[in-house]
Write a protein of this length. Sequence first.
Lengths: 333, 289, 280
Amino acid sequence: MNVLELDDVRLGVPDRGGDRAILRGVSLSVAPGEAIGLVGESGSGKSMTLRTVLRTEPWGARVTGRVMLEGEDVRRLGAADLRRVRADALAMISQDPRAALNPLLRVSGFLVEGLCDARGGSRQPAVRRARDLLSQVGIADVDRCMDSYPHELSGGMLQRVVIAAAVASSPRLLLADEPTTALDVSTQSEVMAILDDQRREHGMAMVFVTHDLELASAVCDRIAVLYAGEIVEIATPEQLHSSPRHPYTRLLLDSRPSLTTKAPMLPVIPGRPIAAYEVEDRCAFSGRCPWAAPQCVDGEVPLLHAAGRAVRCHRSDELAGELAHPTATEATP
Amino acid sequence: MSAETLALPTRRRRRGGDLANRLRPLGVIAVAVVMLLALAALLAPLIAPYDPTIGSVVQRYRAPGPEHLLGTDQSGRDLLSRLLYGARTSLMGAAVVVLLAGAGGTVLALVATWFGGRVDAFVGRVLDLLFAFPNLLLAILVVAVFGTGLAQATVALAVAYVPYTARVLRSVALRERRLAYVQAAELQGLSGVVVTTRHLLPNIAPQILTGAAINFGYAMIDLAALSYLGLGVQAPTADWGLMVSQGQDSLLQGHPQQSLLAGTCIVVAVAAFSVIGERLGGRRAGGRA
Amino acid sequence: MSDTTGNVIEISALCKEFTTGQRGRRRTVRALDDVSLSVADGSCLAVVGESGSGKTTLARVLVGLERADAGHVVLAGRPVAQRPRRAERRARARDIQMVFQDPNGSLNRRRTAGSAIGEVLAAHHRLSGAEARRRVDDLLDQVGLSPAHARALPGELSGGQKQRIAIARALAAEPRVLVLDEAVAALDVSVQAQVLNLLAEIRQARRLTYLFITHDLSVVRQVSEEVVVMRQGRIVERGSTAQVLDDPGHPYTRLLRDSAPRPGWRPRRATGTDTAEAQA
């Protein structure tokens, strides 16, 4: 059984004259122990997808579709069951670790409180376990860290504490929303490595939301690329890099400047990323796609699964050769 | 890059908060109440059936009837007329307090944020000093020095309100001051006056308005309290606060109308302004992108 | 100070300290510690560093938003006063302009894009109303926007469009130097590429000098000829972009390079530098 299964999840927020779409049908499955990256630009719906799993979508939002967490539909759970699921099966790591920690509690208080709550156990073993967890996330001076208040620690240290707290209850699914965006590059590498280690060690599945395709490629088994509130392509990182099947994926890879070579001009995607509610009855990317054909503006395009990957493009087969092996220096048509 | 692909995104309609939408009728009612009160104050000389200050002892404590719609007070003066005229002093006084306190607070807040450093610290100290006095105590102090009367009471209250306005606005202005557009303007060598009035002031205007509406209610209560204590509006002028106080004796004699009616007017007006203030604040938070 | 070297910016021995915290627990942070650098006319110098490196303070001192404790800045051959009067500020603004990181804070949300550009035009040039409007349209065109955008309020523009307006506003003063403080960091990848290309085009067309502040080494590679790497207020490495990125000499530069995600990259638990620093 899959840990998480999203089936045609749609989300709209009420607006004058109807709903404003944010998610337009996201379907995704996550196997036990699997790491999936949700990659997209701002407004693509990647964070909102996570929020439908946690049931923390904005007030008044209308959600349809099914969100199956270990066979239970999260969307239909009562308050008590929802609390149980959130406590046992899920853990969340968000962008800002400072927001996740009570500024008035020492790290020890935060961790031990969480452990006692989750297990109903006594204090002594909880303290021992908290110290254990901290040393596992690469904190050298555990004593000092346990005694610190959040404001005395750097962002990287805090995010480690949050990771330690997240893995403490051995959840089956880890939801990570841009966990390293607020950190410096050198800290990001470290924190990502720890997150990856811990995830594998505890056998957790992960949904990793990020705007950074390379970062997701480094720690995920599969990557789902989102655009305008829907998934346009799902594939392994290797497949995405060597042979992207959706024009958007290919152009996204191209437009990121390279660390090793300077391009005379960066290949660009014309226009701006559109929001889900702006999509008309056609391929959402057709307005910016250099390969757009008449069939692309005629009705919505389905996400087709084949050979372990999925793509939402009418022309993916005929363009396969043209989209393959992108490098930053290669010019796009 | 074609101009077409960079076309303006469609003008997005402003989204009101859902809660605000549901509570909309209340806001409309509040505005209507305030307009009604303002109209009453403006038109008092035209619509009041009697002179509010002249009565005859023969007419005292008349029950409401066709001749005196709301009855009369202990001196035989028409209560409806007194309420209508009372709206003038009560509303005017509060309006002046809010205007003076708003202006003073805004200027102090802008000066403190623009210059920062020592100026900011100095303004902060002065505000702390004013904060240390309870509003009414400060007002009583001023009245004790400069004499009783509506003008003195108003100015005294305005001074007492300045720190509240200034403190809130300073924090808002400070947040705005740190934004890049203010610094971009500063970079051009534009003067502080230009940058503050052109950029800072319009962007803290919603908070100024919200604060003013909420303060209006408090100012009415405080002015009424001063008049009640005999330090504000003086008899025989009609004023709601004064009416509550003068109605006390009658209350004990079994004629509660005067205190009751004036008190109701105060409560209704204060509630209306509070709702408007809260609504202005809510609109700002739920509105703009 | 010479003005014959062909350097439009010369900074020598710049120092700046900040004091943070309340009484009793005061801490002094050296944001700039003996920083010297020069930028050749028409070139692009990238300043790389992480948070706390002092890169933003350097930019702010350079444009005059912050005052240095010690050191000299020579801009276009003129020494810059540390406590400039308004006329001097205005003169400096015609030499150097800045584009900020946050596209949302860059523009006054109650004024149109056109008036943001117009304000700078009016501050530095004597123009009639019609001339100013024509210049605004020109500038919008140069940043890839249409005259219709002049009437738009910031709330109606996307992040990329707002950043274009901010660039147009900086160009309105016709400066020789543009300081770009993480100017593309907040933009989406596809929009970032557009703005990077635009900045390259503009530099060529107007023969501008850029001081490009960023944490992103890929961006450094794409935009700059020279680079300085800053750490805790000091310059730890400098050189041509190709040389510094291909063959970094300082361990910190190597750490930065090795930490940047790229195809085939794996995150690594570092040798404990971060741990040591965070617990120090």
